[in-house]
Design a protein around this ligand. Structure first.
Ligand code: BGC
Length: 339
């Protein structure tokens, strides 16, 4: 359980009901939301950003409240992000949405936000619990990493149960796999890796790890790694388990170059290029986060904070602070059937 402590006097006066970081004024007619992205060139984050922008327009139309989104790219620098947050506060933002660069280093942002009384909705890169517990106006929106991983493993288990020869391509009774991992400091990487492989084992797929490596969520890094692995173990690799779609796409790039397109590749995210690869039969499957719900939850929660209202009921918060967006398995065969 999240033992939130009401530590400071200012927190006491803000804790009256729901999101009350913004001063309760008469009726607000406009709100300003400061959004900082850890890297604007991240494919998944870009997908979320697009939906956020759409949802802000919809919110304006539905509620007659003008919404100004100030979106900044921290370009992988925590220092830059801290400065962006400072600027958002000085510009009078009512709420902040922060996709942390370094999830272990949220304290400067939290200090600034608490001092100014501006609530923060973190997303995708989860602050450590100790930081989250510092104030009751801190929220986190993301997907449950274990759930993602179990779904990813399950899609391979299902295929193996149905048609083992589609997974054990060389028919030797063992499925040789390689593993592409995201940033080592990201909460999703470790959990996804652990539970994906555990699910394959529990589901009776006779897997054997050929090799693995960290490609930091990036397509080009994954492609380079996969190229090396193919040079060393081309005939043993039957499955690529990737922590996200972009790295899965990098692996596919290398597989295509090596003429090894029969190898199965599974990703995570359901990004636009990931879904395209699925439709073209290049990727076996992905675990798709529902981006509509994910981004809507960020926007609606942020807007309620900005308006001094209670958090929206459609997005129930675990321990009063965490919302986990739904996700689903998408496999090539479903797409074939729906066409
Ligand atoms: C996504 C990755 C993304 C990363 C950024 C992960 O949850 O699966 O695609 O690069 O978040 O933080």
């Amino acid at each position: 359980m999240r033992g939130r402590k009401i530590l400071l006097l200012c927190a006491v006066c803000m804790a009256l009901s729901g999101c009350q970081g913004a001063q309760k004024e008469e009726e607000k007619t406009s709100i300003r939301i400061g959004i900082s992205l850890y890297r604007g060139d991240d494919t998944f984050i870009n997908n979320i950003r697009s939906v956020l922008e759409e949802r802000a327009k919809e919110y304006e139309r539905e509620n007659g409240i003008k919404v100004t989104l100030d979106i900044q790219d921290a370009k992988g620098s925590q220092n830059t992000q801290n400065n962006q947050v400072e600027r958002f506060i000085s510009l009078g933002c009512d709420v902040l949405c922060v996709n942390l660069v370094d999830r272990m280093d949220a304290s400067v942002i939290i200090d600034k936000a608490m001092t100014a009384g501006v609530p923060v909705v973190f997303f995708n890169r989860q602050p450590v619990e100790e930081d989250m517990n510092r104030w009751d106006q801190l929220y986190y929106i993301g997907v449950d990493a274990k759930e993602t991983a179990v779904l990813q493993g399950q899609m391979v288990v299902d295929l193996y149960t149905d048609r083992p020869e589609a997974v054990d391509i060389n028919g030797d009774g063992v499925v040789g796999y390689v593993l592409l991992e995201g940033e080592s400091s990201h909460q999703d990487s470790l959990i996804r890796t652990e539970w994906s492989i555990q699910t394959l084992k529990d589901g009776g797929v006779p897997i054997e790890k050929i090799t693995g490596g960290i490609a930091n969520w990036e397509r080009s890094q994954a492609s380079a790694l996969m190229e090396q692995w193919l040079a060393a173990y081309k005939n043993d690799i039957e499955l690529v388990v990737s922590n996200n779609d972009d790295m899965a796409l990098g692996a596919i790039d290398a597989l295509e170059r090596a003429g090894a397109v029969e190898v199965n590749v599974v990703g995570i995210d359901g990004t636009t290029p990931g879904l395209e690869a699925l439709e073209n039969g290049k990727m076996l499957g992905t675990v798709s986060a529902n981006k509509e719900v994910y981004a809507s939850a960020i926007l609606e929660l942020a807007a309620s904070c900005a308006m001094g209202q209670k958090p929206p009921q459609e997005y129930p918060l675990t321990d009063g602070a965490y919302y986990w967006a739904p996700q689903e398995i998408l496999v090539y065969e479903d797409i074939e059937e729906n066409q």
